[in-house]
Design a protein around this ligand. Structure first.
Ligand SMILES: [Zn+2]
Length: 331
């Protein structure tokens, strides 16, 4: 992917290109944005452009430097990362400091990319701060984090901030098509559910279980008006078990899209349905709800999502939510 064509991140790309074109490279950058939005891709694009032997602010993709980055063996580029749930330890920062003490092997710069920089231990963060205070003239460090607020303010103040915004559904669809995905129904669905993150969309589309779990959820919502309380409790139990194993299952978004789709169906906007594969079921149930009831259900689901985000007991909140939807007593 060319540096200038990172879909949907034109502002971030322009800021970095300005630095490359003017030769005023900052010693520390902080790229922020939601998981899967493209921080790592952008950092590697920047690395290619910075190291490219053609030196015209754009990576050629063919010179020795570009090829070394492609094969993850450029001696002046290091990436610090951790496995999910782990934290960046002081030893990893000390290693960075030892490496940064040596001048670049090949070009003008030595670049370190720190993924999940918001997961540094306090010791690691304080140690990194010392490096950021006095970096060697050839040193560049790019921190990747979800939000600047999750880092020490003293670290943030030493970094040039580059924000990556969540992408539009259209841009995510475009990225999925460019990445070679073909199933247009899955592309549409994954893009709509990814919350602005192309990485999340790719994860959903690759996850076969996701489509099975979605089917179970929609079967439940379809039958909900006829189910007993015991059925509802049992489903909530199953859902919570699923969420324990698969925290990222976007069930709130799935539920919201289900009821939004029914509104769209009622308004004859069939082309806009997210779950276009469920159009046959929508035709059977759409008459059971008024638009007003559907809007109230959507409000209820959004409220329950907020309660759970603020630590209200999950099982109870979900039981209440589904029981209310079941009887349409949603006010
Ligand atoms: Zn090159």
């Amino acid at each position: 992917m060319s540096f200038t064509k990172l879909t949907g991140q034109e502002t971030a790309v322009r800021l970095l290109k300005d630095d490359l074109d003017s030769g005023r490279i900052h010693h520390a950058y902080l790229f922020t944005g939601i998981k899967g939005v493209g921080k790592r891709t952008l950092a590697l694009d920047f690395a290619r452009a910075l190291f490219c032997q053609r030196q015209d602010g754009e990576a050629c993709g063919t010179c020795l430097s570009c090829r070394k980055i492609e094969h993850s063996n450029h001696p002046d580029l290091s990436i610090i990362n951790i496995t999910e749930g782990d934290s960046i330890k002081i030893e990893q920062i000390r290693e960075l400091q030892r490496g940064l003490a040596f001048r670049p092997y090949e070009g003008k710069w030595k670049l370190y990319i720190i993924e999940d920089a918001d997961r540094m231990t306090p010791e690691a963060a304080n140690s990194l701060l010392k490096t950021l205070e006095e970096p060697p003239h050839y040193g560049v460090i790019i921190l990747l984090a979800r939000e600047a607020e999750t880092l020490l303010p003293t670290i943030v103040s030493r970094c040039h901030l580059i924000q990556l915004n969540p992408l539009s559904v259209e841009n995510i669809e475009k990225i999925l098509l460019e990445a070679g995905y073909e199933d247009s129904e899955k592309i549409k669905l994954a893009a709509a559910l990814a919350g602005g993150s192309p990485g999340e969309a790719k994860r959903l589309i690759e996850d076969e279980d996701f489509f099975t779990e979605r089917e179970k959820l929609y079967e439940f919502l379809y039958n909900l008006p006829e189910l007993t309380e015991v059925d509802v409790f049992q489903f909530v139990d199953e859902l919570l078990t699923l969420l324990r194993n698969k925290e990222a299952f976007p069930f709130f978004n799935l539920i919201l899209n289900w009821y939004r789709d029914i509104i769209l169906y009622r308004m004859d906007s069939h082309a806009d349905l997210v779950n276009s594969d469920y159009i046959a079921l929508y035709s059977k149930i759409s008459e059971k709800y008024s638009v007003e009831e559907l809007i109230s259900i959507i409000e209820l689901v959004n409220n329950i999502k907020r309660y759970i985000d603020s630590n209200v007991k999950e099982d109870l909140a979900l039981q209440v939510m589904f029981l209310k939807i079941r009887t349409k007593r949603v006010k």
